[in-house]
Write a protein that binds this ligand. Structure first.
Ligand code: PLP
Length: 443
């Protein structure tokens, strides 16, 4: 799709966004259903608040402004918005129905397809959200091992067992809090120190932005095996993105259980639990994991089309190729300006921009870059979540915008006055951290 985004003289007009937002004040607590889409992550006063349309890698806000999107719905849009092959599959299924009174054959068809592409998928179950399946994985691990404790390192959803380790744990009973602990990514000793004879499972994202070091994933698997603990990969971000078969294919480490969502259906709500047949067998009866919309057919149809497209077009290769251009391009510009306090890092399919506190307040720096990227028509949340529709033109345009914007940041940092450059409010810290997240080691 041709890039119609242009460098604007002015910040976008966001009148309609603001009017809608006003109506939600006092009505929708936190304003949003998804933290990363809400007002704490988008500079109030500058960023648009509501999107109403998307096509490929571009989106339009409620006021009609067009942007190149690098958030891609916080992960799901791996192919792009309004992607014909997936949308046609949805439309075709829509003619016959969405949710039925008995099972639907697509449940079987998609399970077979997932068994073909995901290494550990001896058995497959579907649900709707990421935390549905991480929670099911934890519960089935507890039932299988007859143990209670969980070790994690990362973000795994809003349910009690996980959020209890964070500082946003109001409403969670102490008894639950006492059962989940954390360890540090790439720090095998921290896992060894925390694991014990009551540890049912270790759950982690195979990687977030930090590169895997020293065979960490294999080491984790060995520690788990020796301890009789199940290993769960949370492949919400890695699945169908780093490789068709996710991180387990990419690194050749097969976990006992794995959880997928986001990219699997290009925006439709579906999640998948895969795993060893002897463990998953408990879901037949002992462990209760059923939900009304689990077999909803539009998402199943979308997922089949998405997986076929990812496989046929080798989408992970394209995500990495385009992501690398942005990552290398950003770093080249920053280096040429001597800005050693900002970097773009991560595996190429999904990279993150960091701002070092040695140069000032990282959130202020990030807010300034966001403000200036938005002015130039790039919906920028601090990361590049790549999709198959990000074109060469998008990448070239975005790098041109960085060439424009990074000198502004440099000037503001040099003047030690970043805040003074901000037109809107400073962003809040992202709830999720990439490591050492609210570390709560074994007592
Ligand atoms: C790694 C990871 N696990 C689990 C979840 C929870 O998924 P959901 O928000 O669909 O419940 C997320 C959500 O962003 C995630 O990034």
């Amino acid at each position: 799709m041709p890039n119609k985004v242009t460098f604007n003289e002015k910040y976008p007009e966001i009148k309609k966004s603001n009017e809608i937002f006003k109506r939600s004040e006092g009505l929708i607590p936190a304003f949003t259903q998804t933290l990363a889409k809400g007002p704490t992550q988008w500079s109030k006063g500058v960023a648009p608040k509501y999107l109403v349309k998307g096509k490929g890698s571009h989106v339009w806000d409620a006021d009609g402004n067009e942007y190149i999107d690098y958030n891609m719905g916080i992960g799901p849009l791996v192919l792009g918005y309004a992607y014909d092959r997936v949308d046609n599959a949805i439309k075709k299924q829509l003619e016959d129905g969405i949710t039925f009174s008995l099972m639907h054959p697509l449940e079987v068809e998609l399970s077979e397809k997932i068994r073909d592409v995901i290494q550990n998928a001896e058995n497959v179950r579907f649900s709707k959200t990421g935390c549905d399946v991480t929670s099911a994985a934890v519960r089935v691990s507890r039932a299988f091992t007859k143990r209670e404790k969980v070790l994690c390192c990362g973000y795994h959803g809003w349910h009690d067992w996980y959020i209890s380790v964070t500082d946003r744990n109001a409403g969670i009973p102490k008894a639950i809090e006492d059962l989940t602990y954390t360890f540090n990514y790439n720090d095998i000793e921290s896992l060894k120190q925390s694991i014990d004879s009551d540890t049912a499972c270790v759950i982690l994202e195979p990687f977030v932005f930090e590169a895997v070091k020293d065979n960490f994933l294999t080491e984790v698997q060995d520690v788990c095996k020796k301890n009789g603990t199940l290993l769960i990969f949370d492949e919400m971000w890695t699945g169908f993105r780093i490789a068709l078969g996710g991180a387990q294919e990419y690194f050749g480490v097969t976990p006992d259980l794995a959880c997928f969502s986001k990219a699997i259906a290009n925006g439709m709500p579906i999640s998948v639990l895969t795993g060893r047949a002897d463990v998953m067998k408990l879901l037949e009866k002992d462990v209760f994991f059923f939900t009304t919309f689990g077999g909803e057919a539009l998402s199943l149809a979308a997922s089949l089309a998405t997986i076929d497209e990812i496989r046929e077009k080798n989408v992970p290769l394209q995500l990495a190729r385009q992501g690398k251009k942005l990552k290398d391009g950003y770093n080249k510009i920053a280096n040429s300006l001597g800005m050693d306090y900002t970097k773009c890092l991560g595996y190429d399919c999904r990279t993150l921009m960091t701002y070092d506190a040695k140069a000032g307040n990282p959130l202020e720096m990030k807010t300034l870059v966001q403000q200036e990227m938005i002015k130039r028509g790039v919906l920028w949340g601090g990361s590049h979540n790549m999709c198959f529709s990000h074109s060469d033109e998008d990448i070239e345009y975005t790098l041109k915008a960085y060439e424009d914007v990074l000198p502004i940041l440099k000037k503001a940092v040099d003047e030690k006055d970043v805040k003074n450059y901000l037109k809107g409010e400073v962003l809040e810290a992202v709830f999720r951290k990439t490591s050492n997240f609210n570390f709560k080691p074994k007592k």
